[in-house]
Write a protein that binds this ligand. Structure first.
Ligand SMILES: [Zn+2]
Length: 108
């Protein structure tokens, strides 16, 4: 199921860590290029959580454009459409593990 798959992929790591620091990730997320990409992905995904959709539901509340393979370890996929997916805040917390507050920076 999609949620399991996303949860597994969120744990992947490499040594290619140009976005390892919070400052580097903040700079990425604040960049206009990302903001435009985020809007594009939200549109592509019909402004709804794709995990909920895969289960037959609709959730358009508090959406996050999530990096399937983490930005931290896959910088080359930072803007790759195939590595981006719209998910609800609730499912995003599940994907990353509820206590990993550092991933909140993906929120914007
Ligand atoms: Zn995420």
């Amino acid at each position: 199921m999609l949620l399991d798959e996303l949860t597994q992929q969120a744990k992947l790591k490499t040594t290619n860590t140009i976005y390892e620091s919070k400052a580097a990730r903040d700079a990425f997320y604040q960049n206009q290029t990302w903001r435009n990409k985020r809007k594009e992905i939200l549109r592509r995904d019909n402004n709804e959580c794709q995990v909920t959709k895969s289960l037959g539901g609709v959730d358009k509340d508090k959406l996050i454009v999530h990096h399937i393979k983490p930005l931290e370890y896959y910088p080359e996929l930072a803007m790759d459409d195939s590595n981006l997916i719209t998910v609800s805040h609730t499912n995003h917390n599940i994907i990353h593990g509820l206590t990993l507050a550092k991933f909140n920076d993906e929120w914007w």
